[in-house]
Design a protein around this ligand. Structure first.
Ligand SMILES: C[S@@+](CC[C@H](N)C(=O)[O-])C[C@H]1O[C@@H](n2cnc3c(N)ncnc32)[C@H](O)[C@@H]1O
Length: 437
């Protein structure tokens, strides 16, 4: 039931994307998001929250992500890679340690989902450049999955100095490509299934929280889906309503025995995790997912952000970011048995395990400028303080099963001494406390 529903959703999304991108967007007058949504609701009835979110965020013409550069102090929200370069550098170290633990494969695809302004990728590439001698026999390439032409333009400028070329063949899944300033091939795609197969390390930072969620409410008549409708007295305003009968989504997506009275399910996130899981188990690699979220305990987390403040999710759609906490227990369930899942653990613990304190000490030791020292300390605090991002954000990982394999039983038969012990699988950086000497 799940798989059928997910595939259906994926198919609909793809059709919608192909249909929309074939029209000449520049020549069309740009309807306001609200007008577009109310016309749709008038034509077909109330829409699901997932459809609302998808239209508002990633509609190819009017979508919030498609048109805006919303990241940073001047925008609507700020993310960890934008706060400090240390964040991306530690992710770079994580990628290299996982590549080494996988036996140093000859090819490494770095795949980032939703790269925003490209800051995380830039910091990761700097680390790879510094570790050039370690990676000397490996062919590394960068693959960015991004729906937003505005943001992919910024990423290209940042990572390739503007030398990346847009692909004029609109049927090619690679819509832009070039060489990074460190000489690595980089390609842009709209969807994960366009990224070539092969050993890959996937990174998704604040990506899953931007994917559409369905919302369900327990009622006396059973589970009902929350929908978005037009207000009765004011046709320029939207409101939430409950669907009067079960929908395909409420029947397929609410788990049997669910104990909460309200649940949010990100079916698209489930499909993506299933894809990651299959790729990792068949081709090798790992995925690192970092986001704010919970382990299947929270209920209503759908919210909007505008100018760094909370914003009514239904007010002036398209002018604010929409987001929902990631349910890591759902992602774990969707990953299945083909991979090992680690986490979620808090950002504070992950970064400390990755050695953020040691890195900070080195930076502070080499920094004489008082204002830069202050900035370094403030960004460290923002990333690790439990009251700021330290405990709100979590890290979760999908690993190849061999990665956590316990060594065969090394207890020798009585009276026999083993000459050599089979080494245990190396610890997974970030998820295990490492000692730095
Ligand atoms: C909240 S931003 C995070 C940006 C960046 N990872 C960071 O942490 O700074 C979400 C990113 O995902 C992209 N995005 C959102 N929905 C997407 C989708 N369905 N497919 C691909 N990219 C998507 C957005 O355009 C944006 O780059």
């Amino acid at each position: 039931k799940w798989i059928f529903y997910f595939k259906l959703i994926l198919l609909l999304c793809r059709r919608w994307r192909l249909f929309c991108s074939s029209s000449s967007e520049e020549e069309m007058p740009q309807p306001s998001v609200l007008r577009h949504l109310t016309a749709k609701i008038k034509a077909t009835g109330p829409i699901s929250v997932a459809e609302y979110m998808r239209e508002v965020l990633t509609n190819p013409v009017t979508g919030y992500y498609v048109r805006n550069n919303m990241l940073g102090p001047e925008g609507d929200f700020i993310t960890s890679p934008e706060i400090s370069q240390i964040f991306g550098e530690l992710i770079g170290v994580w990628i290299v340690t996982e590549w080494i633990s996988a036996g140093r494969p000859k090819r490494l695809q770095l795949v980032e989902l939703g790269p925003g302004k490209g800051s995380l990728a830039e910091d990761v590439l700097r680390v790879l450049g510094q570790l050039r001698s370690v990676l000397s026999h490996c062919s590394v390439s960068l693959h960015l999955v991004e729906v937003s032409p505005a943001l992919s333009g910024l990423q290209a400028l940042r990572l390739t100095g503007g030398s990346a070329q847009e692909n004029q063949n609109h049927h090619d899944p690679v819509y832009r490509q070039g060489l990074t300033s460190t000489g690595l091939p980089v390609c842009w795609y709209r969807s994960l299934d366009d990224v070539p197969e092969g050993f890959s390390i996937f990174v998704a930072h604040e990506f899953f929280d931007a994917l559409p969620i369905h919302k369900f409410q327990r009622t006396q008549s059973g589970w009902r889906e929350m929908m978005v409708d037009i207000e009765l007295e004011n046709p320029d305003k939207l409101r939430f309503v409950l669907s009067p009968s079960p929908t395909l989504a409420s029947t397929a997506l609410v788990q049997e025995g669910e104990g909460r009275s309200h649940v949010e399910v990100c079916a698209e996130g489930g499909v993506i995790v299933q894809q990651l899981s299959r790729r990792i188990s068949e081709e090798g690699g790992a995925a690192l997912i970092a986001d704010y979220g919970h382990d299947g305990t929270k209920t209503d987390t759908f919210r909007g952000f505008k100018g760094h403040r909370l914003h009514d999710v239904l007010a002036s759609p398209g002018s604010a970011d929409l987001t929902a906490d990631v349910d890591f227990s759902f992602l774990r369930r969707m990953a299945g048995d083909g991979v090992a899942c680690l986490g979620p653990i808090t950002q504070r613990v992950f970064l400390k395990n990755m050695g953020i304190d040691t890195r900070m000490q080195v930076l502070l030791r080499n920094c004489v400028d008082a204002s830069i020292r202050k900035q370094l300390i403030n960004s460290y605090d923002a990333l690790t303080n439990p009251d700021r991002m330290g405990e709100r954000f979590h890290f979760f990982s999908l690993l190849h099963l061999s990665r956590l394999a316990t060594p065969p039983n090394t207890t020798p038969p009585e009276g026999l001494t083993l000459q050599k012990k089979t080494p245990a699988a190396p610890p997974v950086a970030g998820f295990t406390e490492l000692s730095f000497s």
